[in-house]
Design a protein around this ligand. Sequence first.
Ligand code: AMP
Ligand code: ZN
Ligand code: FE
Ligand code: FE
Length: 305
Amino acid sequence: MTLETTSEAVRDNPPRVGWDLHCHTVFSDGTRTPRELVELAVSAGLLGVAITDHDTSSGWRAAAKAAREAGLPLLRGTEITSEFGRTSVHMLAYQYDPHSARIIELFHRTRMARLTRAKVMVERLANDFPISWESVLDQVKEGDQTTVGRPHIADALVHAGVYGTRSEAFAGAINSRSRYYVPTPSPAALDVVRTVRDAGGVTVVAHPADAGRNRILLSDTQIEQLAGAGLDGLEVWHRGNAPEQRMRLLGLARRFNLLTTGGSDWHGSGKPNRLGEHLTAQDTVRRIVERGAIDLAGGPMRTAG
Ligand code: AMP
Ligand code: ZN
Ligand code: FE
Ligand code: FE
């Protein structure tokens, strides 16, 4: 007998109480405000919640004020658009220093690229559907502060009566397989891990095995490389990861000593995902906070001594 414990069976044991670490608001493509997120999290009995809008920290201030008033703990986060080879990778970044020059530059570049990309898609769509760039901007709730994405184009198509819901638009003209689709030029996932680390933050790959988002999923080797670059965790409990993929991810997390998290990917009424449908354990959140650059009040972490 060796001392190897890797043969010990991996069991899927999702947290039954805890935090929802993956939520979108009007500061990206969610339909509710940060305050509504906090209030709904309280009603749902969550221990705490993370705000994770796409490629921005603009919603943090409003979320923090609401969380303080409601007495609900808040994790500050962002879902960062990136890619690894031909695979689109969404990287959840938590508790980093939002004043980091590298982070600010990263978000600026992606947000500009998103605008250019959305405008090209709208130009193409406007040939066949009654929408315009102005009608898309009408769907953007927080002006320049909001990260623009395909959901805003979807909402303009719904407003114009082309589709009944955002999800129908995603199944139709704005689908990544449609001829109107344009990808967003994105930073490399390995660079995003390094940049967030440099800003003192914690990184977790969002929905790492969502077959609906990628034809080619991240491989074991790619996840090993991300872990080597300083990745902290994998979002195992997410509706996009099939049961056998969750087992695979749990095995990889054990092998590479990664945290395992859960999140709903809540978008308000923009997606069927229910707030709190997948959770992260309190102990895992504690470790994220310990590793991060800022504390739960958003101030710099005090180091011992
Ligand atoms: P983009 O990042 O601009 O390519 O847009 C993709 C984003 O749309 C992803 O973050 C999805 O979570 C989001 N999204 C919001 N609502 C929906 C929906 N109903 N169906 C599919 N994706 C959606
Ligand atoms: Zn989204
Ligand atoms: Fe995502
Ligand atoms: Fe998301």
